[in-house]
Design a protein around this ligand. Structure first.
Ligand code: AMP
Length: 300
């Protein structure tokens, strides 16, 4: 099996009520690929400038992330995003977005990526997501994520991509914005009519809800007292979820539920430290421990 991820590899400036970190490494593709790397060898499609640190590239390679799809633009500056969290970690404000090398980015997919079993379109410009869908032979499973910015500014392109995916990862606000429905179940149902077979509603520190046609499954977030930096939780959830499905190779309902538990476990580790730092020490054994604790907590 193979998992291809298209997303951002970024510099993030993060402000939490306790601390501020300037230009640390983040990005939807980075978090997703690192989380998936515990189950499979993800192939990453992204772009950075030549200001991007070599030691992070070496770290991604050490985690067996395939970087043949990572374009490094000589003289270019890496995408930069700045976010601020208040006391509620589920609420964040985008302070600034510098597109830099993202401007006009049209990825060219390496030949070895074109027969992906699973394709994940992480949060990035929907025009870029669409250009990737066009270049890849129909995968067994396609999933996507997005943010309010694209729903507001590129709705038509986003709806075209949505029509072609099997799984849509989104938060409450995003499903409401797309569907125009306030009630989350009604909103989810409306999105199921727009293309996907499943909507994975990410609910931050409250967990996630998977909505399918006539099916629903809820998973708690791992109870975490020390949330250092919530950035990347959603991408890590998707990475753990899809990485696990790529490993098992079947997309049955019981496997989707297990995938959600792995996704939740990965998200819970990411937020324990700033940026991608927690991945530097994280071992599969720790992920398995949380997975089995989820299973014990969920049975009664
Ligand atoms: P998450 O916390 O999982 O929603 O994802 C946070 C990541 O999304 C950060 O590391 C950012 O670099 C990345 N990000 C934020 N805005 C954008 C954008 N407009 N396009 C691509 N990636 C973005």
């Amino acid at each position: 099996m193979s998992l291809v991820i298209i997303g951002s590899v970024a510099f993030d400036t993060i402000e939490t009520p306790k601390e501020r970190r300037e230009k640390i490494v983040g990005g939807s593709g980075t978090y997703c690929a690192l989380a998936a790397s515990y189950f499979t060898r993800p192939k990453l499609v992204a772009v950075v400038g030549d200001d991007f640190p070599g030691d992070v590239i070496a770290f991604l390679k050490k985690r067996k992330v395939d970087l043949r799809g990572l374009e490094i633009v000589q003289g270019g500056k890496t995408f930069h995003w700045q976010g601020r969290y208040g006391t509620d970690p589920n609420q964040r404000e985008t302070v600034r977005t510098d597109l830099n090398v993202f401007r006009g980015f049209r990825p060219e997919i390496p030949p070895s990526y074109k027969k992906a079993d699973i394709l994940f379109l992480a949060n990035i410009d929907p025009d870029v997501q669409e250009s990737v869908v066009r270049q890849v032979a129909k995968p067994r499973l396609t999933a996507m994520d997005t943010i309010g910015l694209w729903i507001n500014t590129k709705r038509e392109a986003l709806l075209r991509v949505l029509r072609q995916v099997d799984i849509f990862f989104a938060n409450d606000e995003e499903v409401r914005m797309i569907s125009g429905e306030r009630n989350l179940i009604a909103a989810g149902k409306k999105i199921l009519e727009m293309g996907p077979s499943f909507v994975v509603l990410k609910k931050g520190e409250h967990g996630a809800l998977i909505l399918g046609r006539n099916r629903v499954f809820g998973i708690l977030a791992y109870p975490c007292e020390n949330v250092v930096d919530p950035t990347g939780a959603g991408d890590s959830f998707a990475g753990g979820f899809l990485g696990y499905l790529d490993k098992v190779g079947t997309f049955t309902w019981p496997e989707i539920k297990r995938a959600a538990a792995y996704g939740s476990a990965l998200a819970s580790f990411t937020i324990e430290d700033f940026g991608i730092d927690r991945f530097k020490t994280l071992r599969l054994r720790e992920i398995e421990e949380r997975f089995f604790r989820f299973r014990r907590n969920a049975s009664f």
